[in-house]
Design a protein around this ligand. Structure first.
Ligand SMILES: Cc1cc2nc3c(=O)[nH]c(=O)nc-3n(C[C@H](O)[C@H](O)[C@H](O)COP(=O)(O)O)c2cc1C
Length: 206
């Protein structure tokens, strides 16, 4: 698939077919992640990949509790049915299933202390910024392979808890969970906000 086509086709998908992604494809996707720009030049990233149900259950156990407060927020905010609220209505109930029912859960770790979570300027966020370049490469490569990804950001202590159960070193942080798989045929189409690019371009001054 051509690069621009992958960019335009990429969507977060939360419903997957019951099909396993072959190892060769998985390797290509992770390797695409590894090509991302790195603030420290060292590409201090590691990927924990979970395929077996038991391993997934162990790592995802902290999500169930986490989604209950979010469902409460959802009930309160879902009054007007804006595009954003409609997305939440689809996303929130699927936070566990979109990872559990994926072919593989990818846990991308980046090396950093928790000081990165108390930034005092934009550059203090560099380790997080770099891993998000990795994540986008993974998303685009997955799309190019005819696959798709779900993504969840760990809430509160969730990331630390996941890191502990899978045995990650303490100086590695988890920015998100990624579920990789073949998109289900009957997945809901989440409306996207579209802009004319001219609206967003400011030449010379804002
Ligand atoms: C930083 C970031 C955090 C996100 N957190 C979540 C999340 O916790 N759960 C989820 O289901 N989707 C999450 N998403 C996915 C967004 O909901 C999704 O990208 C957005 O609705 C736009 O849809 P699209 O990616 O299909 O274009 C996140 C995306 C980003 C970039």
């Amino acid at each position: 698939m051509e690069l621009y086509e992958a960019i335009y086709k990429r969507r977060v998908v939360r419903d997957f077919k019951d099909l396993i992604v072959p190892d060769e494809i998985l390797k290509r996707i992770i390797n695409a992640g590894l090509q991302a720009p790195s603030h420290d030049h060292l590409r201090n990233w590691e990927f924990v990949i979970l395929k077996d149900r038991q391993d997934k259950e162990k790592a995802l156990q902290f999500i169930k509790k986490g989604t209950e407060p979010q469902l409460e927020i959802l009930k309160r905010t879902l009054v007007n049915g804006t595009v954003q609220q409609k997305m939440y209505a689809i996303a929130m109930p699927r936070q566990y299933s979109m990872l559990m029912n994926s072919s593989h859960v990818i846990l991308p770790f980046f090396k950093s202390t928790s000081a990165v979570l108390k930034p005092n300027c934009v550059s203090s966020l560099n380790p997080i910024s770099s891993i998000w370049c990795v994540i986008e490469n993974i998303f685009l490569a997955s799309t190019a392979e005819g696959l798709a990804c779900s993504m969840r950001i760990p809430v509160g202590e969730e990331g630390k808890n996941v890191a502990a159960v899978i045995g990650a070193p303490q100086d590695y942080l988890l920015p998100c969970y990624i579920g990789l798989g073949y998109p289900a045929n009957d997945k809901p189409e989440v409306e996207q906000v579209q802009y004319a690019v001219e609206q967003k371009m400011h030449f010379g001054k804002w």
